[in-house]
Design a protein around this ligand. Sequence first.
Ligand SMILES: [Fe+2]
Ligand SMILES: [Fe+2]
Length: 448
Amino acid sequence: MKGNFYLTTTTADDLGIGLFKYSLSPPEGFIIVNSAVARLLDYASKAELEGISWQKLFLNPEDKDRFIEVVNKEERVKFFEALRKSRGNKNKWVAITASRINDGKTEYLEGIIEDISSHKEMAEQLSLERDFLQGLLDNIPDAIYFKDRYSRIIKVNKFYLKGTGFGLEEIIGKTDFDFFPYLQAKAMFEDDSYVLKTGNPIIGKIERTLLANGAWNQVMTTKIPMYGRNGDIIGTMGITRDMTAYANTERERLGMLINALTVLGKALEMRDPYTFSHTRQVADIASTIAGELGWDENRILGIRLAGELHDLGKISIPLDILNKPGKLSELEYQLVQEHVKKCYDLIKDIEFPFSLAEVIYQHHERLDGSGYPRCLKEDEIMLEARILAISDVLESMTCYRPYREALGITKAHQELNEGCGSKYDPQIVGIVSRLIKENDGEVFWGRG
Ligand SMILES: [Fe+2]
Ligand SMILES: [Fe+2]
């Protein structure tokens, strides 16, 4: 029996596990210990432990009282954690697992003692990191959410709950379909699926969401994939920032800018009413087409503004050339063409959230390079400029000019069809054709 125990203590020593047997009956004291016990309790040798009361195992009186209470009540303790101080006065955590044994004559306490300081330190570190992350998540004024592979919500921060107006237990396990209108939830689900499937993030997507109070807000969303230990994508993490206040400020700033530019338009009207009504209607046509393309509010506002301002450069062309009946000379035609560059120069330094000056610069370009002033081709021409070009042709041809009668919508439509794909963007021509057809062959924009 003793031999067996000797082998065990040696093995335990190697593992750093302290084994002890302590007599609770007089004469009290340790009967058997291995070297690890002495090391763990910071005694120089096993001999030093002789005559030491087991209660000395505890540094804190509360730990001791609790230990005695458990041993008396349960007859055994399992992984009892107690704090000690090492010789260097460092905190040392030990765990005691022991049983109270009575062989009829003597009562013992027999068990093991382990150093769990590194586990404790690690657990404390993890807990600190978890608290830090949770604190960070909860104090960020953005909605943060984690979803599994089925787009079910598994964790959200406080700001998310505040925005949705739901409690945590109402959110976990649900999907966006439980909280948002169907089309909106579908778009969100498609974004999640894209991230899950490709592993590519979606960064800074601007979208509108419905709040708990029924109001719509404008948000910017970023979604990134979450990876598991084996490198597989196990879900997504999203951050949604409320941009409503920013969007309102931006709209106000743009509104002020538009008002200022309208004054320029008025100046143009006072000088040449034909050009003014032309630009207003081009703006109308272009924004109708943009609406058909499903553009957002700001982009439509951008092309409307481009339409309003695209011929502003004509302010520098003498009226007798601008409204000259009959054919223009080569030199006069060159002068008229300069209106594009003039307008570009006028507005290029004004800060817009979109490339307004460039769109206007390109509004007389044609897909095959036959336009002016830079003979741009195909993809070199922005979509906004392609729309503006078609809107310009439609308006010009259907309106009276001092130098000619109105040619009519049929002729204008014919011009677009003949140049479809070569000069004009086929997708836009298709939309225009449909709009004309839906309007029984008449113009589809308001004649102001
Ligand atoms: Fe023009
Ligand atoms: Fe024009």
